[in-house]
Design a protein. Structure first.
Length: 334
């Protein structure tokens, strides 16, 4: 029964990704449905089904998803681009996984990060085209207090997560090596959401909700040690976990704003001011959003009113945001 429920959830998410891809193609940008589906799907990295949050991306020539499964297990699904069947794998058995996972391609592997038992941090990897999953403990019990975010930055796997006492922790591991290297990106009392990590230009960047519902941004030039903090938006502006990405030559962040609005912030790489935009006004947004670049546009996905799925796009360098409904009421429970 649980397997059927999970597969139903995956099929629903696949339909959402395909729907958004078709809208991307119709309006402007992408060359193929398969490529479009994955590019757009990458922007919907935290859509929740009835019980578990799902992370979706492209790995090799496949769409892949990771989700917390029954009894706190960890499941992985893959589908070769352009084909229809979904294939399920159990990455970790019951009582191993206690957060939404994050999935990415790092080097020639699929990788997943998730919070483990007793607030530990676990990492799983599988070489593309092979079957075994390999587990590593990134950080021991009592270290991790949010869903993590995983990405490739330079030649390393990197993970960001909220740490003890509302700190912000960052972990990196050179691809093909074994030690995980911990860093404190921000100390106690700074971080009040799951963070989002990405590579922007030649830097690792992290966005997280800060004290008094502010929006914090941290960057570190690859290969150096200091973390540089910035306030992207002040107190009373941010009411969800943010999502960070590179779009064109800018760092961009999306987050739920005051009164269930949707806010977008951008900063040209190498400059200091953050530029705020309102993507959608009050009463429109009811989840943490996800932001990405698709073709020549910034795109954002979020849960909308009445549990709908909303999609917004803006051609890079222009001002209007264009709203679309990817899935109607009663479809999305982030």
């Amino acid at each position: 029964m649980f397997a059927n429920q999970n597969m139903s959830q995956v099929k629903n998410l696949s339909v959402i990704a395909t729907t958004i891809a078709q809208r991307c193609i119709t309006g402007r940008r992408l060359a193929t449905v398969a490529g479009g589906a994955l590019a757009c799907a990458a922007s919907i990295t935290a859509i929740a089904g009835p019980a578990q949050a799902v992370s979706v991306t492209q790995v090799g020539n496949s769409s892949v998803m990771a989700a917390e499964g029954p009894n706190h297990s960890l499941d992985f699904y893959w589908q070769t681009i352009g084909t229809s069947p979904w294939h399920r794998e159990v990455v970790a058995k019951a009582h191993t996984t206690f957060s939404a996972p994050s999935v990415a391609q790092v080097g020639n592997s699929s990788v997943i990060a998730a919070r483990g038992p007793n607030n530990s941090l676990d990492f799983y990897w599988q070489t593309i085209g092979t079957s075994p999953w390999h587990k590593e403990v990134v950080a021991s019990a009592g270290t991790t207090f949010s869903a993590p975010s995983v990405a490739q930055v330079g030649n390393s796997s990197v993970i960001a997560a909220e740490g003890a006492s509302n700190s912000l922790k960052f972990y990196w591991q050179t691809i093909g090596t074994s030690p995980w290297n911990p860093e404190t990106a921000a100390g106690a009392g700074t971080t009040f959401s799951a963070p989002s990590v990405a590579q922007v230009g030649n830097s690792s960047v992290i966005a997280a909700r800060g004290g008094s519902n502010s929006l914090k941004f941290y960057w570190q030039t690859i290969g150096t040690s200091p973390w540089n903090p910035e306030t992207a938006a002040g107190a009373g502006t941010t009411f969800s976990a943010p999502s960070v990405a590179q779009v064109g030559n800018s760092s961009v962040i999306a987050a739920e704003g005051a009164s269930n609005s949707l806010d977008f912030y951008w900063q040209t790489i190498g400059t200091s001011p953050w530029n705020p935009e309102t993507v959608a006004g009050g009463g429109t947004t009811f989840s943490a959003p996800s932001v990405a670049q698709v073709g020549n546009s910034s795109v954002i996905a979020a849960e909308g009113a009445s549990n709908s799925l909303d999609f917004y796009w803006q051609t890079i360098g222009t001002s209007p945001w264009n709203p679309e409904t990817a899935a109607g009421p009663g479809t999305t429970f982030a």
